[in-house]
Design a binder for this molecule. Structure first.
Ligand code: LMR
Length: 394
């Protein structure tokens, strides 16, 4: 049987974790995979999460099944968090799913049931796992212009022009906030224009919301999602609790669908639940129960929001420090964009040789497209990093 197989490509982002771990240099710097790190370089269990877990441990009475859509309280709390009052809830359904990736996967399966072989338009560039998930789901992938390497901002006029050419059978995958890998994001005014374009063309918006709260704050980061939902007749959202709750390995996320009316929502949801049952039956509960516990309790929620603000502010400070250190050394504003970007990542725009050089010579790890995870910048070694980056491109 297996002799028919050839070796599949490895995942470049996750492979970096192994390479970094195997590097014995004490001066190494990990700017690779998108996990938050504190000032000690540790990815901590958030205090609000720890407290929620303690409550769960002492209060949980059973481990019996919860059902295909998972934890209902989690679902309701996530809808409040993400949607606000942007859309009539009668048109909305939510199913808990294993992480942002699991949510993307079940929703892409759903698209393929509705429109087999439909084209999903992704930003150029996009997160490295979007294409595999789409192709594994039977969809076709096309791109729309997004990142401008010259300005390190968004090529908005070109993006909009492309979106305007799409039609009702097309799907547009948008990063709700904190674009991965570039760090370049749409302004509110640009979101308004994207929402108007989608309404005009009838293309289906599909929002990947993996970093809510990592950009400018929860409400600010939800602006685009809510704007699109306020006008789109149909929409899909893949929510992740990996980053903003620090629950990476618990695999907690949610697949949200918005239909034209309650009746269509019910039918579409029956297909979504059928997909889930036929794949992994139902999601694991632990991460969802943690999020439910936090969001439903005023005190824990306030603590979580303050921890989330702390992470966000630290990332913004690190951005400013790196941009300043490079400006100081190079006497140029070439890397000022790092301070303007938001979220966990910035695409530095370095040639692959420079990325390889940084890894070999300095033990600085980033993905081959020169994406850095700003949370991985060691605060006391910003100067070393600035020196290394400048030496690599000289
Ligand atoms: C990343 O982009 O580094 C994260 O989303 C982790 C992952 O699964 O790729």
């Amino acid at each position: 049987m297996f002799e028919t197989l050839t070796k599949a490509p490895g995942d470049k982002i996750l492979a970096l974790m192994g390479e970094y771990a195997a590097d014995s240099r004490s001066t190494k710097i990990d700017l690779g995979v998108g996990v938050y790190k504190d000032e000690k370089g540790v990815t901590p269990v958030m205090s609000s999460v720890r407290k929620a877990e303690e409550r769960i441990l002492s209060n949980e009475k059973t481990k019996t099944y919860l059902g295909i859509a998972g934890n209902k309280g989690f679902g309701a709390a996530v809808l409040d968090l993400v949607l606000g009052d942007s859309v009539d809830r009668a048109r909305v359904r939510i199913a808990q799913a294993p992480g942002g990736t699991g949510s993307l996967w079940v929703l892409m399966q759903l698209i393929n049931r509705a429109r087999p072989g439909a084209t999903i338009h992704v930003s150029n560039p996009t997160w490295a796992n979007h294409n595999p998930i789409a192709l594994n789901s039977g969809l076709k992938v096309a791109t729309y212009p997004y990142f401008d390497p010259a300005t390190r901002g968004v090529r908005f006029a070109e993006m909009l022009a492309k979106l305007d050419t799409l039609g009702a059978g097309d799907v547009v995958l948008l990063h709700g906030c904190c674009h991965n890998p570039t760090g370049a994001n749409l302004t509110n005014d640009q979101w308004d224009q994207v929402a108007a374009s989608l309404k005009r063309t009838g293309a289906l918006p599909f929002i990947d919301l993996a970093y809510l709260g990592f950009g400018d704050g929860i409400a600010a980061d939800a602006y685009g999602t809510r704007k699109v939902l306020a006008t789109a007749p149909e929409a899909l959202i893949a929510f992740s609790g990996s980053k903003n709750f620090g629950l990476y390995r618990e695999r907690v996320g949610a697949a949200i669908l918005v239909a034209r009316n309650a009746e269509e929502a019910e039918i579409t949801n029956s297909q979504l639940l059928n997909i889930i049952r036929g794949a992994y039956s139902q999601p694991p509960d632990h991460g969802a129960e943690i999020i439910r516990t936090i969001l439903e309790d005023a005190e824990l929620r306030a603590e979580w929001e303050s921890e989330l603000s702390g992470m966000r502010e630290r990332m913004i400070t690190l951005r400013q420090k790196l941009a300043a250190a490079i400006r100081e050394r190079s006497n140029s504003s070439d890397f000022d964009f790092v301070a303007d970007h938001r979220g966990m990542f910035s695409l530095l725009g370095l040639p692959v040789e420079a990325v390889d050089h940084l890894k070999a010579k300095n033990g600085v790890y980033m993905t081959s497209d020169s994406r850095i995870n700003v949370a991985g910048i060691p605060e006391d070694r910003v100067g070393d990093l600035a020196d290394a980056v400048l030496a690599a491109i000289r």
